[in-house]
Design a protein around this ligand. Structure first.
Ligand SMILES: CC(C)(COP(=O)(O)OP(=O)(O)OC[C@H]1O[C@@H](n2cnc3c(N)ncnc32)[C@H](O)[C@@H]1OP(=O)(O)O)[C@@H](O)C(=O)NCCC(=O)NCCS
Length: 186
C-alpha cells in the first residue's frame, strides 16, 4: 500500500521504523488516553511484527500504515483500519502521532485516505472509532472527518487500572458518499 496526500506519504510499516514508532509509543503523554502503552521495546517490536505479518495475510484484516511527511525519512505516526473478520462489513479506525506534529492537521490528512481505503477499496458499510471523552483532539479529528457521535460507553476501558468511558464515533457508507447530507458534517 502506498498513498500520497498533499504533505504525506502513507506506506507499509517496516522493521526499520522501530526507533520512530518507539519514540511516540513509549511517550506517556501520547498514550495517556490509550489502553496500550507506554510501550516497552518488546511491545514496539511486537507491534511491528504484527503489522508486517498482516500485510501478506489473505484476507487482509489489518491495514496499518506509517505516516511519513514528504521530504522526511522517518514516520511521525501510524493509522490503522481493523476488520473483525474476512466477511466483515465494518472496520475500526485507530491512530497515534508523536507530539512534535500535533496541531498541524497531520492526523486529519492521514486518516482521510484510510477512509477512502475502507469505503472505496474494501467497500465497507461502516467505519467506527472510539476515543476517551477527555481526548478532545481525537474527537475533533473524527468530527472534522464527518463522523457522527453515536454513543457514550461508561467504564468501557481499563486504562492502566483506571476505568474510563469511551465516545463511539461512526460513519456509514452513504454518509461517506454524500458528506454534505450528513447532519454533523462540519
Ligand atoms: C489525537 C491526535 C491524533 C490528533 O492529531 P493532530 O495531528 O494534532 O490532529 P489535527 O491537527 O488533524 O486536528 C486536531 C484538532 O483538534 C483540535 N484540538 C486540539 N486539542 C484539543 C482539545 N484539547 N480539545 C478540543 N479540540 C482540540 C485542534 O484545534 C484541531 O482542530 P481544528 O483543525 O478545528 O483546529 C494526536 O494528538 C495524537 O496522536 N494523540 C495521541 C494518540 C491518540 O490520542 N490517538 C487517538 C486515540 S482515539
Amino acid at each position: 500500500m502506498l498513498i500520497q496526500t498533499e504533505r504525506l506519504l502513507l506506506r507499509e510499516v517496516e522493521e526499520s521504523d522501530f526507533d520512530a514508532i518507539h519514540a511516540y509509543a513509549s511517550d506517556p503523554e501520547v498514550v495517556e488516553h490509550m489502553a496500550w502503552g507506554p510501550n516497552t521495546e518488546q511491545a514496539t517490536r511486537d507491534f511491528i511484527t504484527n503489522c508486517r505479518s498482516k500485510i501478506q495475510s489473505d484476507p487482509r484484516l489489518e491495514y496499518v500504515v506509517a505516516v511519513v511527511p514528504k521530504g522526511q525519512s522517518e514516520l511521525v505516526g501510524t493509522v490503522g483500519i481493523y476488520l473483525p473478520s474476512g466477511h466483515a462489513h465494518s472496520a475500526m479506525l485507530g491512530y497515534a502521532f508523536g507530539r512534535e506534529v500535533w496541531g498541524k492537521g497531520i492526523a486529519s490528512e492521514a486518516v482521510r485516505p484510510m477512509l477512502e481505503v475502507a469505503f472505496d477499496v474494501l467497500r465497507l458499510d461502516r467505519v467506527w472509532a472510539s476515543c476517551d471523552p477527555d481526548n478532545g483532539a481525537s474527537a475533533r479529528v473524527l468530527q472534522k472527518l464527518g463522523m457522527s457521535l453515536e454513543g457514550h460507553l461508561r467504564h468501557d476501558q481499563n486504562i492502566r487500572g483506571v476505568l474510563r468511558d469511551s465516545l463511539v464515533w461512526g460513519m456509514l457508507r452513504n454518509e461517506w458518499l454524500n458528506p454534505f447530507e450528513t447532519e454533523e458534517f462540519l
